[in-house]
Design a protein around this ligand. Structure first.
Ligand SMILES: Nc1ncnc2c1ncn2[C@@H]1O[C@H](COP(=O)(O)OP(=O)(O)OP(=O)(O)O)[C@@H](O)[C@H]1O
Length: 249
C-alpha cells in the first residue's frame, strides 16, 4: 500500500458483495490531501462501486471508511454534509432539467450550505466563469452540449467547497470531441491541488494528472503506483493484459 503523508480518505479492509459477487475484496486505500488518484481496470472490476462507497452512495459490509479520520456518517444532515465535502461527478451529469444552469449550481448551496440566494448565485456565476460557461447561466441543461453539462456538474460540486471530489467515469457518456474540454477542467483542478479520485478509461489523463494509479481487477487493488512506473513497467499479468488491450484502441 502507498504511504501517504496527510490522509484525507482512508479505506481499510473494505468488503462488499452483490449477491455472490465479491465486488470489493479487502480494499486498503489511502488518498492524501491534494493527491489525484486515478482508478483504472477492466469493466466490472469494482471501480465505480469503490468510488461510490467513499461518499456512501454504496454501503459496505465490513471494513472502515474514514474521512479526515472520522467514519462516514450513516444518514441525515451529517450524510448530506459529507456528500458536499466529498463531492461526486457522475457519468450522467444528473442536472435538474427544469432548472437553469445557474439554479443547478446554486441549489445545494442554498439547501445544504444554507447560503442566501444572492450569495449562492454570485458564487455560482464565478464558478461558471471558471469552467467557461458564464454566458450560459440562464440556459437549461438540454440547451447545452454534453461536455458543457458535465462542466456545469463540476461547477456544482465545486460550489460546495469540497475537500475532495470523486469522478465516476466523467467522460464516458460524452462524444469524443467533448472529452477534452472536461478533462482540461479536471486537469486544472488537479494542478490547483484539489484532492481527486477519478475512475476513468482515459489513460492520457491517468498518465498526465495522476499522482497514483490504482489498478483494480476482480474486486481487488492489484497495483497502486506512480503512473510513470505503472505504465512503463506494470508488474501483474492482469495489468499487462489490460494495458495491451486498452492501448491498442
Ligand atoms: N447494484 C448492483 N447490483 C448487482 N450487481 C451490481 C450492482 N452494481 C454493480 N454490480 C456488478 O458489480 C460489478 C462491479 O461493478 P462496477 O460498476 O463497480 O465495476 P466497474 O469496474 O466500475 O465497471 P465499468 O468499467 O464497466 O463501469 C459488475 O459485475 C456489476 O455488474
Amino acid at each position: 500500500m502507498a504511504v501517504v503523508d496527510d490522509p484525507l480518505i482512508e479505506l481499510r479492509g473494505v468488503n462488499k458483495h452483490y449477491g455472490t459477487l465479491h465486488v470489493l475484496q479487502e480494499i486498503d486505500l489511502t488518498v492524501g490531501r491534494g493527491e489525484v488518484v486515478v482508478v483504472i481496470g477492466p469493466s466490472g472490476s469494482g471501480k465505480s462501486t469503490l468510488c461510490r462507497a467513499m461518499n456512501r452512495l454504496e454501503t459496505v459490509e465490513s471494513g472502515e471508511i474514514l474521512i479526515e479520520g472520522r467514519p462516514l456518517p450513516e444518514e441525515g444532515k451529517a450524510l448530506a454534509r459529507l456528500r458536499a465535502e466529498v463531492g461526486m461527478v457522475f457519468q450522467s451529469f444528473n442536472l435538474f432539467a427544469h432548472k437553469t444552469v445557474l439554479a443547478n449550481v446554486s441549489l445545494a448551496q442554498i439547501k445544504v450550505r444554507k447560503r442566501k440566494r444572492e450569495e449562492a448565485d454570485r458564487r455560482s456565476l464565478a464558478l461558471l466563469e471558471r469552467v467557461g460557461l458564464a454566458a450560459h447561466a440562464d440556459k437549461f441543461p438540454a440547451q447545452l452540449s454534453g461536455g458543457q453539462q458535465q462542466r456545469v456538474a463540476i461547477a456544482r460540486a465545486l460550489a460546495m467547497d469540497p475537500k475532495a471530489l470523486l469522478f465516476d467515469e466523467p467522460t464516458s457518456a460524452l462524444d469524443p470531441e467533448m472529452i477534452n474540454e472536461v478533462l482540461e477542467v479536471m486537469q486544472q483542478l488537479a494542478q490547483e491541488g484539489m484532492t481527486m479520485v477519478v475512475v476513468t478509461h482515459e489513460m492520457g489523463f491517468a498518465r498526465s494528472a495522476a499522482n497514483r494509479v490504482v489498478f483494480m481487477a476482480d474486486g481487488r487493488i492489484v497495483e497502486d503506483r506512480a503512473p510513470e512506473d505503472f505504465f512503463t513497467a506494470p508488474r501483474s499479468e492482469r495489468a499487462k493484459d489490460f494495458l495491451s488491450k486498452i492501448l491498442k484502441h
